[in-house]
Design a protein around this ligand. Structure first.
Ligand SMILES: [Zn+2]
Length: 273
């Protein structure tokens, strides 16, 4: 059975922000989580909401909204950037993080004059969103292409940053009797084939019973309202809270760059064109 530890990291890292897209639950004495609009539409670049809280910490000034289209960094995917307009003031958003289910939008702009309850208008940098979504989708595709052709290789770590894209697998090519040239050729062909077949990147929501049946190792005992799964082609479904392209046809080419196979693992770096 496929090892999902790669996505365990992503899933648990983002699980408090991996909402169902449903309105946040109001509970006495707890912080209301931010509604994550980006989960339902990768391509939505503008949205309106309400300012909930202002603050600052070692990373700078931040604002918290009732809902957001900004993806907070996590699971190997970089955060979005963009702008938040509040009245006549425009905050340049440089970095976004999730803490305890709430999304913090960091800015170098002054926030002292702002007041909670004010309406806000958000705009994300769509070119950056699509780049991040491309590298993230390509990572899933690479994992599926490798594991479907070489089932002994199981992904356990990944990064989809623009400066560092790789999927790392448990298993070493030499000890599995796989020549690197064969691996590169086989996986490259599989990537080209999958992209040329224009497979849809499907997003589904399942309940806890279904999820824990599919991924017993990921069930941490906390029943969330729903679990988000990503499916590509006939590859195994993956729990994931990131942003993805709608269809593989939006990727032109995923190119394998560096393959390092040693000490029981194989790291496959890639580039997206
Ligand atoms: Zn994903």
């Amino acid at each position: 059975m496929k090892c999902f530890s790669i996505f365990l990291v992503l899933f648990l890292a983002t699980s408090v922000c991996l909402g169902s897209g449903l309105p946040p639950l109001e509970k006495e004495g707890t912080l209301v989580p931010t509604k994550l609009i980006y989960l339902s539409d990768t391509y939505q670049n503008i949205h309106e909401g309400t300012l909930i809280e202002l603050g600052s910490d070692t990373k700078g000034n931040y604002v918290i909204l009732d809902e957001t289209i900004f993806y907070p960094q996590g699971g190997g995917q970089a955060s979005d950037k963009g702008e938040i307009r509040i009245g006549s003031q425009i905050l340049a958003i440089e970095h976004v993080l999730c803490r305890d289910g709430r999304v913090l939008h960091f800015t170098k702009s002054p926030i002292e004059e702002l007041s909670p309850g004010a309406p806000v208008a958000m705009t994300i940098d769509m070119d950056l969103r699509l780049l991040n979504s491309s590298t993230h989708t390509a990572g899933h595709l690479l994992d599926g292409c490798v594991h479907s052709r070489f089932p002994a290789l199981e992904a356990f770590r990944t990064e989809h940053f623009l400066h560092s894209m790789y999927v790392e697998f448990r298993g070493e090519l030499a000890s599995l009797g796989i020549r690197e040239s064969t691996f590169r050729e086989t996986v490259s062909s599989a990537l080209v084939k999958a992209i040329s077949e224009s497979h849809e990147v499907r997003v589904t929501e399942v309940d806890w019973e279904t999820f824990s049946g599919l991924f017993p190792a990921l069930s941490d005992g906390i029943k969330r309202p729903s679990y988000r799964l990503i499916e590509i082609d006939s590859f195994s479904p993956i729990p994931c809270g990131g942003t993805h392209l709608r269809n593989l046809s939006e990727l032109r080419l995923v190119e394998l760059t560096k393959i390092v196979s040693k000490k029981g693992t194989t790291r496959v770096s890639y580039k997206v064109h």
